[in-house]
Design a protein around this ligand. Structure first.
Ligand code: MG
Length: 248
């Protein structure tokens, strides 16, 4: 069931979303070769706590940390720890915050130092696909118009979209209906209406869209171990168009 949010509730989600955005901005500035993903996780928890938010990922279905850190062929749900970032890695950071009963959720992928032209193109196309999807998040469209726009952008650039993980509704729960695939035919699924809030999150791969899960039970990697990128925003559908709640 889709929960439609009031204007007040969307304002609360924006406050949670701002904490997410500030956290991702801080981590982006910190990233450099030699640091560990565990250090990023600690700094995220410190800032989220200082801003009075709650780390929504910590303990979610047993997830042990505050952010997901997914490096290179890792798609999503990598667990921060002792792994050190190297020059030319790409790292996706995904985090969620709960504040006053409402959630924000966003992800970015950034390069560590100098990255290859192919990696740079993957990051640009994935971020571009997110914004193409967001542009379709308007009241006269249906849900799969978002999905279709993301897929088109990826495939026009000869990349593939992950099927096994999808975007989602968000509100007083981190994951709500509807699911938002990053692929599909246009103009299917529920009509987009004011008050819907969606976490739109393309995961785009250089090679195959197929996925393996590592032995830790969490980390999803590309089946061919080629690079993957991930960008996400929490977006409210309004009469005036899409409103990004996780942007500074
Ligand atoms: Mg999400």
């Amino acid at each position: 069931m889709i929960h439609y949010k009031s204007k007040d509730e969307i304002e609360k989600m924006h406050k949670a979303g701002i904490i997410v955005a500030k956290t991702l901005a801080m981590l982006t500035d910190m990233i450099m070769p030699g640091m560990t993903t565990g250090q990023l996780d600690e700094r995220a928890a410190e800032l989220i706590g200082k801003l009075k938010g709650r780390c929504a990922f910590n303990g979610y279905r047993g997830f042990p940390k505050n952010i997901c850190t997914s490096i290179n062929e890792e798609i999503v749900h990598g667990i921060p720890g002792t792994r050190r970032l190297k020059e030319a890695d790409i790292i996706s950071i995904d985090t969620g915050v709960e504040l006053d009963g409402f959630y924000g959720d966003a992800a970015i992928t950034v390069g560590v130092g100098e990255i290859s032209p192919e990696a740079k193109r993957l990051l640009d196309v994935t971020k571009g696909a997110l914004y193409k999807g967001i542009a379709m998040a308007t009241v006269n469209n249906r849900l799969s118009d978002i999905s279709c726009a993301v897929q088109e952008e990826a495939e026009l650039n000869a990349f593939s979209v992950v099927r096994e993980f999808v975007g989602h509704g968000i509100g007083s729960d981190l994951h709500e209906d509807p699911q938002i695939p990053n692929f599909g035919q246009p103009h299917m699924g529920p009509a987009l209406k004011p008050g819907m809030v969606l976490a739109i999150e393309p995961m785009i791969n250089i090679g195959t869209y197929k996925v393996d899960i590592l032995k830790d039970g969490w980390t999803a990697v590309t089946a061919d171990r080629k690079l993957s990128a991930h960008f996400e925003h929490t977006v409210a559908i309004t009469e005036d168009g899409p409103r990004i709640l996780t942007e500074l």
